[in-house]
Design a protein around this ligand. Sequence first.
Ligand code: KIV
Ligand code: NA
Length: 276
Amino acid sequence: PAAPVTAPDIMARKGQDKICCITAYDYSSGMIADGAGVDIVLVGDSLAMVVLGHEDTLSVTMDEMVHHTLAASRGVKRALLVADMPFMSFCTVERALKNAGRLMAQGRARAVKLEGGVAVAPQIRALVEAGVPVMGHVGLTPQHIARFGGFKAQGKSAEAARALIDDAQAVEEAGAFSVVLEAMPVECAQLITEALTIPTIGIGAGEVTDGQILVYHDVLGLFDRFVPRFVRCYAELGEASRQALAQYCDDVRRGRFPGDKNTLYMPEDQVAQVRK
Ligand code: KIV
Ligand code: NA
């Protein structure tokens, strides 16, 4: 088996090959993602929306993140497993240390991701000093939708772009090994990618970043409540699954399942004996 990907491996990829990242939330999705050869598997707090059915990412708990990270860890052998720190789990340095410790020790993550720039630099620095590799996340940070007024692209004006560059730079200076750039104009993502020495991982930030990340359920057509325009859907597994299950129901109702192949038979002499 290939050697596991480490945070320094990801850093070394800047300016080399593109870094491929996807989310996953349990053993089977982690195993599928790992088998496909992705470099980073993120147990995103998008768990809240695509797996738990919440409206946004705010209500997923630390216990849920630990539970799903541990499940994913059993399926991910090669990729770097990163766990998202949920809303309010890193609002002080102390809480960040305690909760990242849980994601690493109990969830078996090998790095954490947290949203924010300048405002969370002290937390990032403390985590890195404690031995936790940190991935930053700037731009449209979904934990801030109440402040943004919805899922809205960021950095569209010169002033807003300048603020995002400052945020990304603060994340790098605090010691992060990479940073997610979410939902921003490609020019802004390009400026950040050029300014930083750590890799940028884009989602809705154009082709200029050092890597890309998407949500598992979006890529596979498993979540259709809303699909942002930056998503490319590579399979319609939601529809394929509905059709497969409808076929199964039909077979059961018509007595076509189980068939001979699915059925266990006794040896003939034993049937004769048991009937006596
Ligand atoms: O939670 C998530 O899925 C994410 C990625 C989309 C970056 O944060
Ligand atoms: Na997230």
